[in-house]
Design a protein around this ligand. Structure first.
Ligand SMILES: *Cc1c(COP(=O)(O)O)cnc(C)c1O
Length: 385
């Protein structure tokens, strides 16, 4: 057993990021300036999107997307119970109604076969979540959206660099929201990015900065630099150059980061595939997961302990693990407001009881990976039925 605790998901920040932040702090621009612009351009080009808007969080990226697409009271948005609460919160905050659809057994992503029956005359958008970094079945989702004239706003908080049939996540749906929170594959401490077409991102940019439009400024020319018009009751969620300083360098290193994540995932696959008490994650044909999370599922019928106890036992062996996610419909707010019962979404709920996220991050050494593998071996062997 290792003698120090292995944290679940610490960030990796190096000299280039730190130097860039210091350079920004010594400059005249610390809020939204040239480094945000550069980060947006490089990010759009990386994912192959026409345009990108840097914002203060992944949550705000989704919130701005809903506003820019005109989704609000009277509208319904279809999403998944197997996500972080933020995905569904932004629908509620927009005054729209979230309509949940159960997930696929293998990927735990929203099941396109169950979307049709949830569509009503009020449905305006689909909000799939690329859970754990594995892209949703976008062929299925996009074809439904096209048939029914719906927007597709992707929660790609886990899926920066993920590929779907050769295409990068970020240029698939109407708009895509990324998170750069501290635990994500690319981090700016807090931050996010919204990608989409030029018109959509222009509109989203106005929503992200008080609803202020500079079009009039451009019409009048530089001598009236003080002039702007407020055209919307906008939000305030622009990214700062301090955050972009981190993002620019994290993005340039991302391919290397991803190689290492995949390498850790492969070590887990090799070492854990022989353990009958656990099920390993899926990576479907034609998919490249971003491996934001490596989530195993316990075969509870083969163990004498439940998932919670499994996590305690891992912790006793100095390994930090977690659960992603507690399904939306069992949280008190949503449970009570929409009268959900656990088995309304049986695939999400049954799997929730079995989920354990193992550490997968750039700070782990191969020894750390081996320690996790050994701990999983020890716990499953000890509590084998
Ligand atoms: C992290 C996360 C978010 C929220 O991103 P923030 O940048 O923290 O606002 C949204 N959805 C999912 C699935 C996430 O994991």
């Amino acid at each position: 057993m290792r003698d120090s605790f292995l944290p679940f998901s610490p960030p990796l920040i190096c000299k280039e990021e730190i130097d860039e932040v210091v350079d920004t702090l010594r400059s005249d621009w610390i809020a939204t300036g040239p480094k945000v612009k550069l980060f947006e351009l490089e990010f759009a080009s990386y994912v192959g999107a026409p345009a990108a808007l840097a914002v203060s969080s992944g949550t705000h990226a989704m919130q701005i997307a809903l506003a820019a697409l005109g989704i609000g009271p009277g509208d319904e948005v279809i999403s998944t119970p197997m996500t972080f609460c933020a995905t569904i919160h932004v629908i509620e905050q927009a005054g729209a109604v979230p309509v949940l659809v159960d997930v696929e057994q293998d990927t735990l992503n929203i099941d396109p076969n169950k979307i049709e029956q949830a569509i009503t005359s009020k449905t305006k958008a689909l909000m799939p979540v690329h859970l754990y970094g594995h892209p949703c079945d976008m062929n299925g989702i996009l074809s439904i959206a096209e048939d029914r004239n719906l927007c597709v706003i992707e929660d790609a908080a886990h899926a920066v660099s993920a590929k779907h049939k050769g295409r990068m996540v970020g240029n698939l749906g109407t708009m895509t929201a990324f998170s750069f929170y501290a635990t994500k594959n690319l981090t700016t401490a807090e931050g996010g990015m919204l990608t989409g077409d030029l018109e959509g991102i222009d509109n989203a940019r106005i929503w992200s900065l008080h609803g202020m439009s500079r079009d009039a400024y451009n019409r009048y020319g530089n001598d009236v630099s003080w002039y702007y018009e407020v055209v919307l009751p906008g939000f305030k969620c622009n990214m700062t150059d301090i955050q972009a300083s981190l993002g620019i360098h994290q993005l340039r290193k991302l391919e290397g980061f991803q190689k290492r994540r995949r390498d850790i995932a492969n070590q887990y696959f090799q070492a854990l595939s022989q353990i009958p008490e656990i099920e390993l994650p899926t990576e479907r044909e034609g998919i490249e997961s971003a491996w934001q999370l490596f989530v195993i599922r316990l075969h509870l019928d083969r163990l004498t302990i439940d998932r919670n106890r499994f996590i305690q036992e891992m912790k006793a062996l100095n390994i930090g693990t977690s659960v992603h996610f507690i399904p939306i419909h069992i949280h008190p707010y949503y449970r009570d407001k929409y009268n959900y019962r656990p088995n309304d979404f049986p695939v999400a709920h049954n799997n929730y009881l079995r989920l354990v996220s193992l550490p997968i991050n750039l700070r782990m050494s191969n020894q750390d990976v081996d320690d996790v593998i050994e701990a999983v071996h020890d716990v499953t062997t000890h509590y084998r039925r």
